[in-house]
Design a protein around this ligand. Structure first.
Ligand SMILES: Nc1nc2c(c(=O)[nH]1)N[C@@H](CNc1ccc(C(=O)N[C@@H](CCC(=O)N[C@@H](CCC(=O)N[C@@H](CCC(=O)O)C(=O)O)C(=O)O)C(=O)O)cc1)CN2
Ligand SMILES: [Zn+2]
Length: 769
């Protein structure tokens, strides 16, 4: 019999229940018991959804109150001393690592949080010491949750991040220099202890995730698999059997690692991303090893094409036999929304094209039956074929006008009229900016008042005019505060935007959007990615009204604010029927019109944000990366190059790893770049001298993720450090990202100090000149 399996289920619940419970607990509105009870309720509900769908292998320990990697940090007792010494309850210590803790005399910042592979999910980085030790926490979470499910009558397959990936995804703590992978010998025995305990509790199999296998691995990381998995093999029957799971890429380039898993029961591979790895992987399996075939997409919301999946599954069964193939999701379903059933406003034809997590678990179960006995699920197969056909034939997907315009794109459209020196000379005259110009990244606090008014407008409780007037008042407030702060380039504050991507999706043809399709981004923060269903075009200006109004009441240059084509694409659910480069170029053309319209309406500084440009970089070096960089950079240039030399194009990136990516950022040819650098060493800026970067740069001078207001001295010191690497006439002074998650008093305090520091250097350098 072919079995079905799910690698992980989303945690938030139907109505973002977990977000609400966590935030209520943080605000002291509910007790710790109430929060833990809510977690338990959600886990049970999610197991039941999978059981009722007929899934054979259901995961446990995939749930997390904040992040699953953070769970491992805690149950392996790898919590840095700055947290343990606070003697908080385990739950509070856990949240302190996730989001910092400032309460009752305790003041510790959060651990670093970074992107999970190429997704918009963020995990907490294991932060390791030179003298790091590991041990198993008392009553560790994987055991607790396994028993919880068992009590409810479900024998689950616990999920663990494997030891090599756990270490490889970590880093040395500040002040330590340990190479994380060198800690393997200390960590593996603790895994063995945990696996033994799981076996004793009744677990037959464990899913052990080693997703780093899709990367190009450093030799010492690659070499770590053998000793780790030999230690597991040596434990024999004392531990459950293991299925080693990989996802988000292919593992063919790491086949020399596979012998390390010879004692494992099976290997899971992502056949959505890389179907071509199926046959080579089959050849690599040991004589009785199982293939877990990831055919149902964990990263996107399209209904599975059963005919296509069944083809892959048949190939596997022919080679391995029914008992050695498991039908699975490609990855955890963490990256998909909870259920399509909540969507009451989708066009009916389009509704039939999608599957969210609760529907995907049914697909896995149906495929497992269909592959050996199609007649048993004939109705489901027919309905699926009809839905796939309807989408293929839909007129929604095709817009001949968009295609015509794409066919007519010329190389010249990607280039500004003149080089930077000529442009800058004109911009200087036109904008009359001082040395060390100050600005912000776009958003100002999204207050609860703003959310309430938007919600009322969405529900029809206030009219469009009332909502517009409210937004105007918010812009008035933002402008008057910037007057007081004496900033140099203003922003309107983005009060009209629910989210920097969703907002644009809602204004473009070719998109549909949802009402409840939330996906966790980090901790309790969620996003509702809009869905690209067809060719994209712009029916009308999207931001001109607000920017024009803001400019009309402002005595300084007003910066227009757009989300770039790559970020719009990456933070949406893209189509899978045309290449992403095609969708990105369509977005670029729509944004190009917006940029030109902003300019025509008196906006002469325009920022096009691309924070997802780096995240979209293919995980492995090589030709795929080069191809991505070419179309991604071209899309940005196409979107922005339609303006006069005197109009200044800014772009913003909020991640610090720009070194390996420098050439792509430089190739964008933006007049001004703002980058997140506040948490890293200013030395990283050296690349800008080494590469003789000619244009202007605003490395974030402070971290907006923290409520903390840095002193004026800290700003001065930071700027002083930056001036070691950047020329004074090149340097802008700005925060490291938008201020939407902050409160107004924090913003005013920090920006006052920031502007004062800029003025200090302005004076100092004026005297020098
Ligand atoms: N798409 C995207 N990805 C990103 C970022 C980003 O800004 N956008 N930033 C980086 C970090 N990730 C982030 C992700 C989410 C949030 C965030 O603040 N999310 C908000 C939701 C934002 C939103 O869409 N809000 C809507 C809907 C608000 C809402 O909750 N409405 C209630 C009803 C209104 C109420 O009574 O509160 C509901 O629908 O239930 C709005 O403002 O209109 C949240 O989780 O709280 C921040 C950073 C990387 N990835
Ligand atoms: Zn940002």
């Amino acid at each position: 019999m072919v079995q079905s399996s799910v690698l992980g289920f989303p945690r938030m619940g139907v109505l973002r229940d977990l977000k609400k419970a966590n935030e209520a607990y943080w605000a002291d509105k509910i007790s710790q018991e109430a929060l833990l009870e809510e977690g338990k309720r959600l886990r049970l509900a999610h197991w039941k959804i999978q059981k009722d769908a007929g899934v054979d292998i259901i995961p446990s320990n995939d749930f997390a109150h904040y992040d699953h990697v953070l769970d491992h940090i805690q149950f392996f007792n790898a919590v840095p001393e700055r947290y343990t010494k606070q003697k908080l309850s385990p739950l509070d210590e856990y949240f302190a690592m996730g989001r910092g803790h400032q309460k009752g005399g305790v003041d510790v910042p959060a651990l670093e949080m970074v992107k999970w592979f190429d997704s918009n999910y963020h995990y907490v980085k294991p932060t390791l010491q030179d003298n790091q030790t590991f041990s198993l926490a008392e009553n560790p979470k994987p055991i607790r949750e396994f028993l919880e499910a068992k009590e409810a009558g479900i024998i689950t397959r616990p999920v663990l991040v494997g030891p090599v990936s756990f270490l490889a995804l970590g880093k040395a703590d500040r002040g330590s220099s340990v190479n994380p992978i060198s800690l393997l010998d200390k960590l593996v025995p603790v895994y063995v202890e945990l696996l033994k305990a799981l076996k004793a509790a009744g677990a037959e199999t464990v899913q052990i995730d080693e997703p780093t296998l899709v990367f190009d691995l450093a030799p010492e990381v690659k070499a770590a698999f053998k000793p780790a998995y030999e230690a597991f093999a040596a434990a024999g029957d004392a531990i459950p059997s293991l299925v080693v799971a990989t996802y988000f890429g292919d593992i063919v380039h790491n086949f020399d690692v596979l012998p390390a898993f010879s004692a494992a029961k099976g290997i899971h591979v992502d056949l959505v991303r890389n179907p071509e790895q199926l046959e080579p992987v089959i050849k690599q399996l040991g004589p009785s090893q199982i293939l877990s075939a990831g055919v149902v997409d964990g990263r996107n919301i399209w209904k599975n094409d059963f005919a296509k999946s069944l083809d892959l599954l048949q190939t596997a069964i022919k080679a391995l036999g029914e008992d050695r193939v498991i039908v699975a999701t490609s990855s955890s379903l963490l990256h998909t929304p909870h259920t399509l059933a909540s969507e009451k406003k989708l066009p009916t034809d389009v509704y039939e094209w999608f599957s969210f997590a609760s529907e995907k678990v049914k697909e896995v179960a149906i495929l497992a039956k269909a592959v050996t006995n199609p007649e048993a699920v004939r109705a489901e197969l027919d309905a699926n074929a009809a839905a796939i056909k309807a989408r293929a034939e839909s007129t929604r997907t095709n817009d001949p006008k968009v295609k015509e315009r794409q066919a007519a794109v010329t190389p010249e459209q990607h280039n500004r009229k003149s080089g930077f020196d000529t442009r800058y000379a004109q911009q200087k005259k036109h904008l009359s900016l001082p040395l060390f110009p100050t600005t912000t990244i776009g958003s100002f606090p999204q207050t609860s008042e703003i959310r309430v008014q938007r919600n009322k407008f969405t529900k029809g409780e206030i009219s469009a005019e009332e909502y517009d007037n409210f937004i105007k008042k918010e812009i008035d407030l933002a402008v008057s505060i910037q007057d007081e702060l004496d900033l140099d380039v203003y922003v309107h504050g983005e009060p009209e935007r629910n989210d920097m991507v969703q907002y644009f999706g809602e204004r473009l043809n070719g998109y549909v959007f949802t009402t409840h399709a939330w996906v966790q981004s980090y901790g309790s923060r969620c996003v509702r990615p809009p869905i690209i269903v067809g060719d994209i075009s712009r029916p009308a200006p999207m931001t001109v009204k607000e920017s024009k109004y803001a400019a009309s009441i402002s005595k300084k240059p007003m910066k227009g604010m757009l989300t770039g084509p790559v970020t719009c694409l990456r933070w949406s659910f893209p189509r899978v029927d045309v290449h992403q480069s095609v969708q990105c170029q369509q977005l670029a053309l729509a944004l190009r019109d917006e940029v030109v319209d902003l300019e025509a309406n008196g906006i002469y500084v325009i920022q096009v944000d691309e924070p997802a440009l780096r995240e979209g970089l293919p995980l492995r070096k090589g030709s795929e990366r080069d191809a991505y960089l070419e179309w991604a950079v071209n899309s940005f240039k196409l979107a922005t190059a339609g303006v006069e030399d005197s109009t200044q194009i800014h772009s913003h990136f909020c991640y610090s790893e720009f070194q390996d990516f420098f050439h792509a950022i430089a190739a964008l040819d933006a007049d001004v770049l703002s980058i997140e650098n506040s948490k890293s060493d200013a030395k990283l800026l050296k690349v800008f001298i080494d590469e003789a970067y000619p244009r202007h740069i605003g490395p974030g001078v402070y971290d907006i993720h923290s409520p903390r207001v840095p002193a004026e001295e800290e700003f001065k010191q930071r700027i002083e450090e930056m001036l070691e690497f950047l020329r004074p006439e090149q340097l802008w002074i700005n925060p490291d990202c938008g201020l939407k998650t902050r409160k107004w008093d924090e913003v005013k305090g920090a920006l006052t100090h920031m502007v004062n520091a800029a003025k200090y250097f302005r004076e100092k350098y004026a005297n020098k000149a």
